[in-house]
Design a binder for this molecule. Structure first.
Ligand code: NAD
Length: 298
């Protein structure tokens, strides 16, 4: 059975590595944090003391790290993956990072004779635990095919979005739309409340009319209409507002670099920045309705 080096065993990486173990892969894993390593050890990973050891003598390296700076350092640093992996190793970076870093690291891998795909995910910690993540993949066709057994062990839907960096591009475009859609949905419910229109009534009408969207029908920001939505559990995440803010910043940075006009994406970033600055970054991102309807702290 093929062997995997896994780097970054946090909220997402920990369960993803565990699902690779469950699928029968031998997983050598590393994280800077002791607690993350201990949890992964309990779930069948062999913990090693460095990135270099995780990347040595494996068929595939999977990483799940916070941001582009971490990914650049882990892959291209002096004691990094590229310095220690054997030629032909397949690299799968599942972190959500900036498109530029994804393309720079993919090029460095290519120059070193190793293929890389960027494969950011949606589905959150629940999807990581259940092995039902959606992967948005950028990279060459052959690498996309070679990655299938590993991605299938961790996810359910796997989409090839094009060349290097396009997985990240898909992720930030989708999440920018999600952030804008959530704010719009919150504004509609806040306005309905002020106009004396019952939230359930707005839901019943709008979920079948032209205002219908995912933030309303699957993740409704008011308690009641969608029993599984975080609004029913005091906005416990779910998907934390600070994670949404991170993705909106990535989208705005990317837009500025290529000269794309994304004014609503910019407004969404500013609103989530304000929500976070008020101390609510740990709340589910649908909790921004409480800032918009003036009920924060009430
Ligand atoms: P996390 O902070 O829980 O985990 C990141 C882990 O990386 C930490 O355990 C940290 O110690 C480790 N790490 C950092 N630098 C390292 C290094 N040099 N070597 C080894 N380990 C290192 O974050 P997370 O929630 O697991 O998110 C990981 C990535 O997944 C992020 O890019 C995030 O945007 C993305 N993501 C998260 C979610 C979510 O719901 N949590 C959903 C989709 C995508």
């Amino acid at each position: 059975m093929a062997s995997v080096g896994f780097i970054g065993l946090g909220n997402m990486g920990g369960p993803m590595a565990a699902n690779l173990v469950k699928a029968g892969f031998a997983v050598k894993a590393f994280d800077l944090g002791e607690a993350a390593c201990a949890r992964a050890r309990e779930r069948g990973c062999t913990i090693v003391p460095s990135v270099a050891e995780a990347a040595s003598d494996v068929d595939v390296v999977v990483s799940m790290l916070p941001a582009g700076t971490h990914v650049r350092a882990v892959y291209t640093g002096p004691e990094g993956v590229l310095a220690h992996a054997r030629p032909g190793t397949l690299m799968i970076d599942c972190s959500t990072i900036d498109v530029d870093s994804a393309r720079v690291v993919a090029k460095a891998c290519d120059d070193a004779g190793m293929a890389m795909i960027d494969a950011p995910v949606s589905g959150g910690v629940g999807g990581a635990e259940a092995g039902t993540l959606t992967f948005m993949v950028g990279g060459p066709d052959a690498s996309f095919e070679a990655a299938q057994p590993y991605l299938q062990a961790m996810g359910k839907t796997i989409v090839h979005a094009g060349g290097a960096g396009n997985g990240q591009a898909a992720k930030i475009c989708n999440n920018m739309l999600l952030g804008i859609g959530m704010i719009g949905t919150c504004e509609a419910f806040a306005l309905a409340g002020r106009l004396g229109l019952d939230a359930q009534k707005l839901f019943d009408i709008s979920s079948k009319a032209s205002g219908q969207n995912w933030s309303m029908t699957s993740y409704c920001p008011v308690p009641g209409p969608v029993p599984t939505s975080p609004a029913n559990r005091a906005y416990q995440p779910g998907f934390a507002a600070d994670m949404m803010l991170k993705d909106l910043k990535l989208a705005q940075d990317a837009a500025a670099k290529v000269g794309a006009a994304t004014p609503l994406g910019g407004a969404a970033e500013a609103l989530y920045q304000l929500f976070s600055a008020q101390g609510h970054g740990g709340m589910d991102f649908s909790g921004i309705i409480k800032m918009l309807d003036g009920s924060l702290g009430r």
